[in-house]
Design a protein around this ligand. Structure first.
Ligand code: HEC
Length: 137
């Protein structure tokens, strides 16, 4: 095979590109994920940092056992009624009006097939939602 100038040029270009990518890759720091891990945790377990962060956030936000919902009258009822289908995150991120919570309840029942609890429990849950995830107060 005759080695032409074009072949050499292409090889050099490919090598340059390859080493360029390699340089870019070395900038990623795989240890960054371990930053902030609690003292005494296993340094070889990469999930410790993630768990530590999740724990800190939950402690600040609400009751860990109730998916991070803030404690208060109706917290437990809300948790068990709502996590049958989705996580508490979808609730915690809401800041809506009282009227909108009533609408969301109806939508969950009529369109999503949520089984309605007795009237008293419904009022407790709606009061809890309107108190904690409101745009009105
Ligand atoms: C029977 C299943 C079911 C139950 C029980 C349920 N939901 Fe939902 N909910 C859904 C589905 C399905 C969606 C749409 C999820 C999506 O968009 O991925 C949803 C979405 C939502 C949303 C987002 C609405 C939006 O604007 O996008 C909120 C808020 C919500 N649910 C609150 C609740 C609350 C509070 C409860 C408890 C009182 C509850 N859900 C119980 C099925 C349910």
């Amino acid at each position: 095979m005759r080695i032409t100038l074009t072949t050499v040029a292409a090889t050099v270009a490919a090598l340059a590109l390859g080493s360029g990518l390699a340089v870019a890759e070395t900038r990623l720091d795989p240890m960054a994920g371990l930053a902030g891990r609690p003292a005494g945790s296993d340094p070889l377990d990469p999930t410790t940092a993630l768990r530590a962060r999740a724990g800190t956030a939950e402690a600040a936000e609400g009751n860990e056992e109730l998916g991070g919902l803030p404690d208060g009258a109706g917290a437990e009822e809300t948790y068990y009624q709502c996590v049958a289908c989705h996580s508490t995150e979808i609730i915690k991120q809401q800041r809506v009006t009282d009227h909108r919570w009533d609408e969301l309840w109806t939508w969950m029942v009529e369109e999503q097939g949520m089984v309605e609890p007795d009237e008293e429990t419904k009022e407790i849950i709606l009061a809890y939602l309107k108190t904690n995830f409101s745009s009105e107060r």
